[in-house]
Design a protein around this ligand. Structure first.
Ligand SMILES: NC(=O)c1ccc[n+]([C@@H]2O[C@H](COP(=O)([O-])OP(=O)(O)OC[C@H]3O[C@@H](n4cnc5c(N)ncnc54)[C@H](OP(=O)(O)O)[C@@H]3O)[C@@H](O)[C@H]2O)c1
Length: 283
């Protein structure tokens, strides 16, 4: 049995679709089975990272799992609790959704937290595979309203290039690894899109589907953080979102061959992503 945590998330849902299409036995850990609306063929386990009894039920008979969750100050504690259950039942292979930029010394908390959990996963005894995506293209959807209304893409991303990756591809790659985990034991994959884009390129790609000019406003991170705080974001999230560009070294922003290797096809590009979401950006 393959257990998918964060099964309603962007990556988890795509991983499930890939596994079901391949006829693999899948169990989804979900907090709300009705809202989760899992596809036919998925065994649904109601539960949460905070509820040990639900985790004990969800882990019954599990051999392979996807460990994922939502960024929060509780993420390390949540993942550690899930890992304790995995060890108790003797899960054989853990595929962990991490991030490019995960590091003990990052100023971005979610990167330190990923590193801490990654290190725990590497302790075993289960075999492991780390999936390390770059920034998700889907993050750009947060800008759709502003682009439609005033043609402005405001972001704290400076003028470097980032090989943004589509969560649909990350989920499909997770399915590929989960289907045949032994082949991927002890591997850490950098999952990137097929090219690095500056945010001026992103604005141009948005303009091409929005039918209007779109200007990139490079916001200074501390000003962006202040905007998020003023809009009601929690302090930890405002800081991480505002300073995320600093989490990537130059070597992190290079294109990796890992994703096309896992998918057996090219990864989705920024123009393809924008085309798929044309309706959200158009006037
Ligand atoms: N955004 C990026 O650019 C980026 C880049 C690289 C890596 N990542 C990493 O990707 C991960 C997020 O993946 P995603 O985008 O696929 O997730 P997502 O769409 O943010 O969904 C989060 C998932 O976690 C579940 N969850 C949250 N709290 C839970 C709890 N207490 N117990 C059980 N389940 C819980 C949610 O369930 P509900 O539906 O019940 O809320 C949902 O399924 C994070 O670790 C992030 O650091 C993100």
């Amino acid at each position: 049995m393959i257990l998918i945590t964060a099964a309603t998330g962007q990556v988890g849902r795509e991983a499930i679709n890939g596994l079901i299409a391949a006829g693999a036995p899948v169990r989804a850990l979900v907090r709300d089975p009705v809202r989760a609306d899992m596809p036919v063929g998925v065994e649904v386990a109601q539960g949460s990272f905070e509820d040990d009894a639900s985790l004990a039920r969800a882990f019954d008979g599990v051999e392979t799992m996807l460990l994922a969750g939502r960024d929060s100050p509780n993420a390390v504690e949540q993942h550690r609790r899930v890992l304790a259950h995995a060890r108790r039942v003797g899960v054989r292979h853990i595929v962990k959704l991490s991030a490019i930029g995960a590091s003990a010394t990052s100023q971005v908390a979610l990167m330190r937290e990923h590193h801490e959990v990654d290190e725990d996963v590497l302790q075993g005894p289960a075999e492991w595979t780390l999936l390390k995506p770059h920034l998700y293209l889907q993050n750009l959807l947060r800008a759709a309203d502003a682009v439609r209304h005033n043609g402005l893409l405001s972001a704290p991303m400076g003028h470097g290039g980032f090989p943004l990756v589509d969560t649909r591809d990350v989920g499909a790659a997770a399915a590929s690894v989960l289907r045949d985990p032994a082949v991927h034991a002890g591997k850490s994959y950098r999952l990137t899109g097929p090219a690095a884009y500056g945010y001026d390129d992103v604005a141009a790609a948005m303009a091409s589907v929005a039918g209007r000019d779109v200007t990139y406003e490079a916001v200074v991170p501390r000003d962006y953080e202040a905007r998020l705080l003023a809009a009601g974001a929690p302090a930890w999230r405002a800081f991480d979102l505002a300073h995320i560009a600093s989490a990537y070294a130059a070597s992190d922003n290079t294109v990796s061959p890992d994703l096309p290797m896992l998918l057996g096809r090219k990864a989705r590009s920024l123009p393809e992503f924008m085309e798929d979401h044309r309706a959200l950006f158009g006037r």
